[in-house]
Design a protein around this ligand. Structure first.
Ligand SMILES: Nc1ncnc2c1ncn2[C@@H]1O[C@H](COP(=O)(O)OP(=O)(O)OP(=O)(O)O)[C@@H](O)[C@H]1O
Length: 225
């Protein structure tokens, strides 16, 4: 479903290869590891300098790939004067979705009370909920999410993970910083310095009881003196 072969972007991503047929796949790695670069390449926002990728058989920049994916960048931007409801309505029209899809997205992220608010007045977490609702509306098969939970409070995180849990087909590929969320994943890709260090299930990488967590933290996050 998502196939990545020797994908490169200069020094930012160096020949990464993996396949994901379905499920929740986490990209873990320190700042600057290349997570956002990989997601932006799959979203068709960047051109690779080498290698290839496919979303359900289509290269990311092929127009046929666009309706198959939802992409949440790290810092989604909105026109601050728009109301949250207008942002969602714009997303709905752009995607050609029925009104029910918008209503489901509002319900899932719990933002019914924000619809009349101007985006510029929303808090960081409220904006993140709105961005997720606008991005995931209509549930396309491939979700590409750059730190989707970073600004969310615990309730917001629960809502997000419940939406992910309700997705029974497709791939959710997401960059995450909070290693404790790794237990919610089916598969983990460890990125560092633009390269894929290792991949596997949470229990194979972290140990069945999380006993390898110190190793993981050291491998990923140790800073050279
Ligand atoms: N537009 C750009 N031009 C040149 N280099 C860039 C650009 N954007 C990012 N980089 C560099 O590419 C590398 C990978 O960055 P990327 O944003 O993909 O990392 P990341 O794993 O998402 O990091 P973070 O956890 O900090 O979001 C970093 O060294 C970064 O400084």
């Amino acid at each position: 479903m998502v196939a990545v072969e020797e994908l490169s972007k200069g020094d930012r991503l160096k020949g990464v290869t993996f396949r994901a047929e379905g499920g929740r796949v986490g990209l873990l790695g320190p700042n600057g590891a290349g997570k956002s670069t990989l997601l932006a390449l799959l979203a068709g926002r960047l051109r690779p300098t080498g290698g290839r990728a496919f979303l359900l058989g289509y290269p990311p920049r092929d127009p046929r790939a666009a309706p198959l994916r939802a992409y949440l960048p790290q810092n989604p931007r909105f026109f601050p004067h728009l109301r949250a409801g207008e942002v969602l309505e714009g997303a709905r029209r752009l995607k050609g979705l029925p009104r029910a899809a918008l209503e489901e997205a509002v319900e899932r992220m719990g933002i019914g009370g924000l619809l009349a608010r101007r985006v510029g007045t929303l808090s960081g977490g409220e904006r993140q909920r709105l961005a997720l609702a606008a991005t995931l509306m209509g549930d396309p098969p491939v979700w590409l999410l750059d730190e989707p939970t970073a600004a969310l409070d615990p309730k917001g995180r629960e809502r997000f993970w419940a939406w992910v849990g309700a997705k029974h087909q497709g791939v959710v590929l997401m960059a995450l910083h909070h290693v404790e969320q790794a237990v919610r994943l089916d598969h983990i890709l460890l990125l560092k310095g633009g390269s894929l260090l290792e991949e596997g299930s949470p229990s194979s990488l972290l140990g069945p009881r999380g006993e390898r967590l110190p190793w993981l933290m050291e491998v990923l996050y140790a800073e050279s003196a």
